[in-house]
Design a binder for this molecule. Structure first.
Ligand code: AMP
Ligand code: MN
Ligand code: MN
Ligand code: MN
Length: 281
């Protein structure tokens, strides 16, 4: 079974529309795909409609990637199987969007002062109707301001401690977990190896996530191989949490593809173990 529980569309910083993403997933023979855009449920209705319209053999999971702040680090919590009609959760999400927009304005101001004229408008234009993210600022810096790559844009201007870094008032991990679970969803700590944390701090983060009753941690994804793969499984098994998997797909490219990272090692239970999936597969 090909299962992928982390992906993005034009509702945030992905490059494919929800319809295009569903068609690509079906093409890649993915059986289950979670749509997890940054701080929005905006792509899910279109994704569901596309599956119905094109009669795709694909189960879409309603998800979201919630931005939080923990010990000064921006930590992402994926929510899976959330009730998209839950009023309280929709209120939580609209607050996330407000924080995101406010942060984008401040990033724009700081980058403007650094000499990147018009970068806020350019990032906003790149985001179109979707939620604006630092990825849109990265694209603007590459497209209009001579930066060589997204990696360079983040390394020099958008990353922690750089000129465009803004401390946003994101909620705590605990608040995100509670919001997701109150909407019937499961909370997953996203890409634990991508926060530039030492092993000691990754252990602290996972153990905090278990303390606040999180459900699972991503143990498979781009770059999670060899010793890193074993280490994260060991930490997650120790904390008694389940494992999730996901490509964090943003755009067709060489290094990421939908459904490529599906393996949870035997010492960790997959989050989908008790999901009612088997009847449709
Ligand atoms: P935000 O949620 O607004 O802070 O933006 C974070 C997004 O920026 C991530 O989800 C990635 O899509 C993108 N991103 C972060 N770091 C990098 C990087 N080094 N290179 C390219 N894209 C990045
Ligand atoms: Mn992103
Ligand atoms: Mn993320
Ligand atoms: Mn993501």
């Amino acid at each position: 079974m090909k299962i992928d529980l982390h992906s993005h569309t034009t509702a945030s910083d992905g490059q494919l529309t929800p319809t295009e993403l569903m068609l690509r997933a079906a093409n890649m023979q993915v059986d289950v795909l979670a749509l997890t855009d940054h701080d929005t449920l905006g792509g899910i209705d279109e994704a569901r409609a596309a599956i119905a319209e094109h009669d795709l053999k694909l189960t879409v999971i309603a998800g979201i990637e919630v931005s939080t702040l923990w010990q000064g680090f921006g930590i992402h919590i994926v929510g899976l199987n959330v009730d998209t009609n839950n009023a309280e959760f929709n209120h939580f999400v609209s607050e996330q969007k407000r924080i995101r927009e406010e942060r984008a304005l401040r990033i724009g101001e700081k980058l403007e002062r650094t000499g990147f004229h018009g970068v806020y408008e350019q990032a906003q234009a790149a985001a179109k109707d979707g939620e604006i993210t630092r990825a849109h600022f990265g694209r603007a810096l590459v497209q209009f301001h001579g930066l060589g790559s997204m990696a360079e844009a983040f390394k020099r201007f958008l990353g922690k401690g750089k000129a465009g870094d803004v401390k946003a008032q994101w909620p705590s991990i605990e608040m995100a977990v509670n919001a997701i679970q109150s909407a019937g969803g499961e909370a997953v700590l996203a890409h634990p190896l991508k926060y530039d944390l030492s092993t000691k701090w990754i252990r602290r983060l996972v153990s905090h996530f278990a303390d606040v009753q999180g459900d699972a941690v991503e143990v498979a994804g781009p770059g999670v191989t060899g010793q890193k793969q074993l280490l994260i499984h060991e930490i997650v098994a120790e904390a008694g949490l389940k494992g999730s998997v996901g490509s964090d797909f943003h755009a067709p490219g060489r290094w990421t593809e939908l459904g490529r990272f599906t393996r949870v090692l035997p010492n960790v239970s997959p989050i989908w173990q008790n999901w009612p999936l088997t009847s449709t597969l």
